[in-house]
Write a protein of this length. Structure first.
Length: 160
């Protein structure tokens, strides 16, 4: 069974998001081993000069790198990544599972995004939208799209 690891920066505080994440993780457990790993985020100062932004991202990146399995296929969620349809995303999940690895790690950055050292070590980058969303909400989007991908692959109703 495919293992999917989601490494993300920061904790979810909102109950409604925790409930959605829990529900999709439960649904996904039928199709894959799912693991969500939260690493701590850096506190942002009230005024954020550009010189500090990279420093913050690299501190968070160090925590992320500690959590990524060495044998994993790494996909970063990034605004400059490739946009995929749900069907293409499901094919990608299937292809990775068949041709590359039995573990896929998705990486979701914090408020400032991901440091360059994380992006450069990724096997690929995907983008859910050119619009900006809170990183906490992207977790729900990712889990829902993973669930949809497995439903498409199994030719089960949900997507249609």
């Amino acid at each position: 069974m495919l293992s999917i690891q989601i490494v993300c920066v920061g904790k979810i505080k909102e109950v409604y998001l925790k409930d959605a994440i829990s529900e999709y993780a439960k649904r996904l457990s039928k199709y894959c081993h799912i693991q969500i790993i939260e690493v701590s985020d850096e506190k942002l100062p009230t005024k954020l000069p550009a010189s500090i932004m990279d420093e913050i991202k690299y501190k968070e990146a160090a925590r992320i790198l500690e959590q990524i399995r060495k044998d994993s296929y790494v996909i970063c969620l990034d605004l400059l990544g490739k946009e995929l349809s749900s069907e293409d995303f499901s094919k990608k999940i299937e292809d990775i599972g068949l041709r590359f690895n039995s573990c896929i790690t998705f990486v979701i950055g914090g408020t400032l995004g991901l440091a360059e050292n994380i992006l450069s070590c990724a096997n690929e980058k995907i983008c859910f939208s050119k619009m900006t969303f809170p990183h906490q909400l992207i977790r729900v989007f990712l889990l829902e799209q993973l669930f949809r991908a497995f439903k498409i692959l199994k030719k089960e109703t949900y997507h249609w």
